[in-house]
Design a protein around this ligand. Structure first.
Ligand code: ADP
Ligand code: MG
Length: 292
């Protein structure tokens, strides 16, 4: 395309809340046939809220929530913020923690007084050698509702569950319908559990789900789809998504997300509205048509 047509497309994009980093992004977007989307913060608002607290093993709900909220004060994860805020709203005040450790893609652990507390997904429980079978079914039914359920364990034994739900962005269903009309296949990529991811995907009509992916595996999953001959755009918001955004033919960052994601992407959706992708593809087609 001519520099002039690229400039025009950039200007139009900006007025629609779509920022192109370079000419390449404008030129390649029209060729995309597969959109890979991160779930948390991209399809959803990324501001989960505490929904359920389940107690087990002789613990009380309030204790379970207090221990969870205490430990999560050490974490910067959106799930942590939901648990801390949920406790506050329920009048449960946290205590002091020590020996805090964050286990990427799995959860957190540390000590609260004399108690060793672990909080996270099944993989964390397995890594810690904690037998959580007694709570597995309850966790699974919370996940089937699209919630993220996390195990709380104390001194190596299950003490309960906390579940949070992250609302889907208001604009997401319309964006997905429009992308489908445009002939694009949509793949959800998430570190969340298979069951939670499937529940959210089903609700939105997403074509394919790749769940329980560790942050460092996201770029690999993009590569695997490219190896199938697909022309891939990846949309994400987190630091974790940056390598995958860079790997995709077109990286699309949420303007509501982290700077690292925006730096790795060719396109930024200012308000994190996925409908911008459809508009951007329209601009891409129009720009490339002009030069023929
Ligand atoms: P996503 O890709 O959806 O943003 P992550 O890779 O950050 O997910 O996390 C994957 C899973 O690890 C979460 O669904 C949760 O079960 C667990 N996890 C991660 N961080 C925490 C935390 N701070 N507290 C509890 N669980 C966590
Ligand atoms: Mg995210």
């Amino acid at each position: 395309a001519t520099p002039m047509s690229i400039m025009v497309a950039s200007g139009k994009g900006a007025s629609l809340g779509v920022l192109f980093k370079n000419a390449e992004a404008i030129q390649t977007l029209r060729r995309v046939d597969t959109l890979i989307v991160d779930k948390t913060g991209t399809l959803t608002e990324g501001r989960p809220r505490l929904q359920d607290v389940v107690a087990a093993g002789g613990f009380e709900e309030e204790q379970v929530l207090r221990l969870a909220a205490t430990l999560e004060r050490g974490s910067e994860h959106p799930l942590a913020a939901a648990i801390v805020q949920g406790a506050e709203e329920r009048g449960v005040s946290p205590e002091r923690y020590t020996d805090f450790e964050s286990v990427t893609g799995k959860g957190v652990k540390g000590r609260v007084g004399a108690q060793a507390v672990a909080l996270g997904n099944r993989a964390l429980m397995e890594a810690e050698g904690i037998e959580a079978a007694a709570l597995a079914q309850r966790a699974e039914s919370l996940r089937a509702e699209g919630k993220t359920a996390m195990f709380v364990a104390v001194d190596g034994r299950p003490a309960g569950l906390v579940a949070v739900a992250d609302p889907v962005k208001e604009t997401t269903p319309e964006a997905i319908d429009a992308l489908h009309e445009d002939g694009i296949r949509i793949v959800m990529l998430t570190g969340d559990s298979q069951t939670t991811a499937q529940a959210v995907a089903r609700r939105l009509g997403i074509d394919e789900v790749i769940a329980e992916v560790l942050p460092e595996q996201k770029a690999e999953k993009v590569k695997a789809l490219q190896a199938e001959g697909r022309f891939v755009a990846m949309a994400g918001d987190g630091i974790n998504d940056a390598p995958a955004l860079a790997q995709a033919q077109v990286g699309i960052a949420m303007g509501t997300g982290t700077d690292v994601a925006m730096e790795s992407a060719g396109v930024t959706l200012v308000k994190g509205d996925l409908r911008g992708i459809v508009r951007a593809r329209r601009l891409s087609r129009a720009t490339m048509r002009n030069i023929k």
